[in-house]
Write a protein that binds this ligand. Structure first.
Ligand code: SAH
Ligand code: SF4
Ligand code: F3S
Length: 452
């Protein structure tokens, strides 16, 4: 009988991408997807370790997998991703029922394990492969991820990612363009470029494009050039990327948003803190002034851009004065959306050694609430600029709250719930009638006209 797998994914979009590749690889080995974990012969977890909450959520799920393994001992249990990488062989000591564990750079080794006769537990933790080379099984036909680089050369003092994903390595540009062309031929209309620091793409690659006689100088591939190459593919109508680092957010990339038709009017620009003192302790390598200069340059070239961000509260040593500066920046920028996190000490990081207790937990919680208020007010106000406008919406499916309505995304990455007749994958025009901090609501233009 055909073997069945079940994958549970935690963490960021890079993990979503990696899970699609795991699925593609398993299907090429003859496995099919089981709808429920209890029905699977191979139970996989693609883990995240960015904050403590990510670890504990995963451990709770692993408990269920253990019970299922006791019921059927020939079931295989695999743990991949960042948490696995951060604990390595310790996985097997702490969870002896796990059969195979692998880091984000070793997804391909899962196939080797499954096709070998080995009955002993195996761990694979080198940094060597791009999951982007593996076959993919996309969740939606019309949206695709593209892994442009792996790893991160930054040294943000709170962050575990450099330890779990290794040094930054970019994929060659011609390979990425070919992958985007193949996706386009396969029905993809929106591509999201993924990397821990997408705009440092290419710095580790050799120069390309020199004329044979040396007349034109060779140049290193850059992120802006990659955007232009993908924009040139006709069928791809939307290009998104995540995440850029503010220190590398140069004018060429900002101009790409203004000049290239498929590059969307949305930039995620992680702030982390509005205090230059804390930014320094975080080793972010920019200060408040430089961050605000980048925001100004973005708004100058792309006035209608949607700006989103990540902010950490309660970093060790953050004073009320430091936090007040974060609030000020949030007020000044007025983000379209912000992801806010309470600092979580991660094993092996510099900030964990400084000490979590430096800001008391109730203080962190209270700061978080104050920040959320500012962020949500800003987002609600910003969203009002869309009311009355007609926007292009890529339809994703039925609305989550009302199955009679549709759900899609604008180029600004705003979710829109609307009444209409369009089908998933279509880009249609929607007249926006109302807006909250999170979502827009409206009517497909055809219907709005018919009703008028
Ligand atoms: N490479 C990306 C994403 C990093 S992880 C970037 O640099 O933007 C996503 C977010 O998680 C970070 O931007 C940060 O805000 C948050 N984060 C990372 N480590 C954290 C920690 N130890 N505690 C709390 N939040 C953290
Ligand atoms: Fe982590 Fe900083 Fe790298 Fe982002 S840029 S992955 S926060 S070390
Ligand atoms: Fe988590 Fe790894 Fe992504 S730690 S956020 S899955 S890079």
């Amino acid at each position: 009988m055909q073997k069945r797998y079940h994958v549970t994914t935690f963490g960021c979009q890079m993990n979503e991408h990696d899970s699609e590749r795991m699925k593609g690889m398993l299907e090429s080995l003859g496995y099919s997807e089981a709808p429920e974990r209890a029905e699977a012969d191979l139970i996989l977890f693609n883990t995240c370790s960015i904050r403590e909450s990510a670890d504990s959520r995963f451990i709770a799920h692993l408990g269920e997998a253990k019970r299922l393994k006791v019921e059927h001992p020939d079931r295989l249990i695999g743990v991949g991703g960042c948490w696995a990488q951060s604990v390595k062989e310790e996985v097997f000591e702490r969870f002896p029922f796990v059969d195979v564990a692998f880091g984000p750079g070793q997804v391909h080794k899962l196939a080797e394990f499954l096709t070998s006769d080995s009955l002993t537990a195996q761990g694979y933790f080198e940094f060597e492969g791009f999951t982007g080379h593996l076959p993919a099984r996309r969740a939606r036909q019309f949206q695709g991820w593209m892994q442009i680089s792996v790893g991160c050369n930054c040294a943000c003092s709170y962050c575990i990612v450099p330890a779990t994903r290794g040094r930054e390595v970019s994929r060659p540009m011609h390979e990425l363009v070919a992958e985007a062309q193949a996706m386009a031929a396969d029905g993809v209309r929106e591509v999201t470029l993924l990397g821990q620091n997408v705009n440092s793409y290419g710095r580790d690659l050799p120069a390309i494009g020199a004329a044979a006689n040396g007349a034109a100088a060779a140049s290193r591939p850059t992120f802006a050039r990659l955007l232009a190459e993908i924009d040139a593919i006709d069928a791809i109508e939307r290009i998104r990327y995540t995440s850029p680092h503010p220190k590398d957010m140069r004018e060429d990339v900002i101009r790409a948003h203004a000049e290239l038709a498929s590059v969307c009017e949305h930039i995620h620009l992680p702030l982390q803190s509005g205090s230059s003192r804390i930014l320094k302790a975080m080793r972010r390598t920019y200060d408040r002034r430089r961050y605000m200069e980048r925001v100004a340059m973005i708004r100058e070239h792309v006035p209608d851009v949607a700006l989103t961000t990540d902010i950490i509260v309660g970093f060790p040593g953050e004073t009320e004065e430091d936090f007040a500066q974060t609030l000020e920046v949030a007020e000044e920028v007025r983000y379209d959306a912000a992801f806010t996190f309470i600092f979580s000490p991660r094993r092996g990081t510099e900030a964990a050694a400084i000490g979590e207790g430096l800001v008391a937990h109730p203080v962190k919680v209270e700061r978080m609430q104050r920040l959320l208020e500012v962020v949500q007010r800003g987002a609600r106000e910003r969203a009002q600029r869309f009311v009355g406008r007609t926007l292009d919406v890529l339809v994703e499916g039925a609305s989550r709250t009302d199955p009679e309505r549709l759900r899609g995304r604008t180029r600004h990455n705003k979710v829109v719930n609307f009444s209409g007749l369009a089908t998933p994958g279509e880009i249609t025009q929607v007249r926006v009638d109302s807006a909250t901090s999170q979502t827009l609501a409206g009517q497909e233009l055809l219907l709005a006209r018919a009703g008028a």
